[in-house]
Design a protein around this ligand. Structure first.
Ligand code: HEC
Length: 137
């Protein structure tokens, strides 16, 4: 009887450990947040890009310029250095990103300012990504 209790306790421990490890197994190049997978068309969608530009000009230009650092980093080339999922997760979940994602953390350590969530929807973030793609073309 005692041994079987031991065995189930060990099994439970192993199960918990496995669940913990797999939970931490997220791909850091995709960042942390609601966006797991983005499918991009080869060409930029103009309509989405225009919508993204309008949102960017309303909610992001207080801290970001395209070609030079302002409060946040210059965004030129961002679609070349980051995956689309990472960019959208940064827009949607900036605080957790700077706390837990190595690349976002490095930016924070360099700039010492916390990017804040700008009350954008996932759809808005996708449009901003399309705007960034048009700028990086
Ligand atoms: C309060 C200032 C502020 C606002 C507003 C802001 N950001 Fe940021 N952003 C930052 C800072 C600072 C960083 C660097 C990470 C950190 O320190 O939080 C950053 C990082 C980023 C990055 C990563 C850049 C890279 O080189 O990888 C992206 C992408 C980004 N912001 C997009 C946006 C978008 C899109 C908006 C508008 C929805 C926005 N940000 C609004 C300050 C801001």
């Amino acid at each position: 009887m005692k041994t079987s209790i031991h065995i189930s306790a060990i099994a439970l421990l192993m199960f918990t450990a496995a669940a913990f490890v797999s939970g931490c197994g997220d791909d850091p190049s995709k960042g942390i947040g609601p966006v797991k997978e983005v499918k991009l068309d080869a060409t930029v969608n103009e309509e989405m890009s225009n919508k993204g530009k309008a949102i960017f000009e309303q909610k992001c230009v207080s801290c970001h310029k395209w070609n030079e650092k302002l409060v946040g980093p210059a965004l030129s080339g961002v679609t070349k250095r980051r995956k689309p999922e990472w960019i959208m997760n940064m827009i949607l979940n900036p605080v957790e990103m700077t706390q837990k994602n190595p690349e976002a953390q490095a930016l924070y350590n360099q700039l010492l300012v916390q990017m804040t969530f700008q009350d954008v929807t996932q759809d808005d973030a996708r449009s901003i990504l399309e705007y960034f793609r048009s700028m990086d073309k």
